[in-house]
Structure formats: structure tokens, C-alpha cells
Design a binder for this molecule. Sequence first.
Ligand code: G2I
Length: 451
Amino acid sequence: MRHSPVVVAAAIAAAVVLPAGQAGAASGLRDLAAAKGVYFGTAATVSEWNDATYKALGAREANMLTPGNEMKWDTTEPSQGRFNFAPADSLVSAAVAANQRVRGHTLVWHSQTPSWVQNLGATALHQAMLDHINAEVGHYKGKLYSWDVVNEAFNEDGTRRQSFWQQKLGDGYIADAFRAARAVDPAAKLYYNDYNTDGIGAKSDAVYAMVKAFKQQGVPIDGVGLQAHLILGQVPSSMQQNIQRFADLGVEVAITELDVRMTTPSTSDKLATQASDYTKVANACLAVRGCVGITTWGLSDRYSWIPSTFPGEGAALPFDESFQPKPAYNSLYVAYGGTGNPPPPPPPPPGDKTCAATYAIVGQWAGGFQGEVRVTAGSAAISGWTVTWTFANGQTITSSWSAAITASGSAITANNVGYNGPVGAGGSTTFGFLGTWNGTNSAPSPVCTGR
Ligand code: G2I
């Protein structure tokens, strides 16, 4: 068939205007997922989004965003009644700018919750939970797709996790949290979220029984999040059946934190197995009406929780550390109906002076500790950096090396000293300090700004 000159001219114009590789069929997973009536999302943190190349990749691939840490209690209410929504606000603004919706994560959890909460008596704890939900859900009212209201409340054998919530408040705290969240933002979908509930088993049976009971009792629950932190080659064979049984209860289901970890280094065999694992998960969700979307816990192996939690493991995400698509990405691309070549990784924006910071407690003793922060440059060299964080538990810094550190209350600012300002593309440097602590010494989330 011959094209009219007008059509040919339009095609040429489109080819010129669109970034290379995005003309024609090659768009990111978000568009493919949307065409199938589902979403594709990722988790990200403020610090990760400082890497402009990574943020651009997220904007191309994801139409749903989950703040990785910024909506958790240790950030949002570090001391009672003092709320800090600034880090999460910046992620929500970025999501709005990228036309992404947001999954709120998470309101009531045993982890990343300050000691002041854990130390309350039962009555005060119950009130603090309601106050926290009122404030945080209220702050984001009308802006979020969903909330993970309660996270990880069950043991592997299906009994309730004996967290401070459970021990002090008993079984009723989960329903109370859902009721409180619904009362504040009736539009947000309210989820229960957990791991190792991906296939049928004792733990998912317990969640199933709870959701069924909530539905019968009129407790407001809209969704179940299956985290899907999976191990290579171990996608549960009953995953689709499990998703289906939850959907049959009248709740939606989401895969909320997908990654597939392996022992590192990766090999082509392991990457092929991982690709088939990603296909299985995508197909299990796509096969069930009511499985509304998949979120991966990050996009690139450059930014993943796994190596620090499971030493010797990693390589769990669809893009490698250099943002190159792995076979797992191609699996998702095909599962979502993509044809032709997937889009190439986005080039680093010119002048992209970004960095990421990770915080580690390298030693701790009665009253004192030694901390170290690693600054890693993004895809371009930087000539200097500033790292900031907020201490949640009243820690102070008494001395430091390789950085100039100032404190304003609990807010810490660290600037490079002359000799360790320059960091090559993808390279890193560290600085350290001695500090004091009392009671709890939780590690903060540092934010890095490069120049
Ligand atoms: O652990 C993986 C995920 C399991 N399901 C719930 C998720 O919320 C959880 O996410 C991870 C974050 O990705 C990590 O970034 O939750 C971890 C804490 O349970 C987060 O790790 C923490 C480190 O433990 C801290 O030392 C660090 O200061 O991240 C903090 C901020 O970087």
C-alpha cells in the first residue's frame, strides 16, 4: 500500500520529534500495562530520584509510584505530634509531574517505627495509631491511589506476628486502623500488604481468613498487596490461584514489591531463570481480573535493598546497575504485549550532577557509635556534594572526618571537604563520624545533592 504524502510527512515528523527508540511500538511498560487496563509501578526514594537518569527511567516505565521509605512512621512522625511530610511530598510532586499515581506505604508496621511509639502503653498506643492515621491520611487526602494500611502482621505459620502492636492492642488493631483510614480519606483504596503470601500456604490462608472476616463484618478493606520478594526459580506455582481466591472475596489484588533475587554475580543462566520468573508473575496477575497492577521494589540493581539485607545476593530487578535492560525486562515487555525492540535505556541528561548516599552504623557501644556515609555519584562526575539527614532518636555527632558537619537540632548537613569533593561517574567516597545515642539508634535516610 502506498502512503499519501501527508501521512509520510507526519511519520517523518513523528520520527524526528520522538526520542530515539520511542517511535512506533517501543514505549515503556507503563503504556503497555495501561493498554491492558493495569498499571506498572516502582518504588523509589528521594535519594534515588536525585539520580536524574534513574528518575527519567522511572518516568518512562512506571505510572504508579510507591515511596520506598518516606511515608513510614520514622520519617513522618519522628516524635509525637511532630509531623514531617516533606520527603514524601517531594516524591508525590514528582509523581504528579510524571503523571504517575501513588501507593501510600505504610501506616501501621512493626518496623521503621520510632521507639517513642513502641514504648507507649496500650491506651496511648491505640490513640497514637489513630492520631498518626488521621494526620498522615489527612495530609494526602484525595491525592493517593491507595494506602498499605497495615503491613506484615502475620507470621509464616499464619499466627499473628507478636509485634508491639499485637502484644499491646490485640487482634483488633488491624480493623481499627482500616476504619480510621476510611474515615479520613474515603477515596483511597485500603490495602493489607505482606510478604510470603504470594502462593497458597499457611500465611496467605491466614490473610485470606482475615479479609473474608473483614468483608463479612463490614471492616473497610479494598485490596490485598502481595509483596512478591521472590527467590530465583521459586515463583509459587499457586500464585494465580491465590490471586484469584482473594479477588473472589471482592477485593482487588496488587503485586506490590516484586523482585527476584539471586546469588551474585549473575550468570546468563540465572538471568534466563529470572526472566521466566518475571513472566510467571506478570502472567499470574494478568490472568486474573481484579489483579490491578504490578509494582517492582525499584527498577535497577543499582538501587535495591537486597545486597545490604542478604549479603551475597542481589541482581533482583529488571534493569542492571548501568540501567541496561535485563532479560527480566524483556519478559515484562513481552508479557504486557510489547512488540518489536524494547526502548533503549535513556541517556544521562547533560550536566546531570547527581549522587546517592547510604548510611551505615559501623560500630556501636553503650552511649556511642561510629557512622559512615557513602556518597556515590550518578551517571556524571561531580565536583562536590552535600548530604543531609534527620536523626529520629536524639542522636548527636561529636566529631567527624572527611566532611564538614553541622547540626541544627536533629537536622544534619554534611559538606565535602576539599580532597573528597570530586567523585567520578558512578564512583564513590565516604566520610565518617562519632556520635552519641540513647535508647534507640535507628539509621536515618540521607539525601545527597551533587554539584
Ligand atoms: O525490606 C524490603 C521491604 C519489605 N516490605 C516492606 C518494605 O517497606 C521494605 O522496604 C525496605 C526499604 O526498601 C529499605 O530501604 O524497608 C527497609 C527497612 O525495613 C529499608 O531499609 C532501611 C534500612 O534498614 C535502614 O538502615 C536505612 O536507614 O532503609 C533505611 C533508609 O535507607
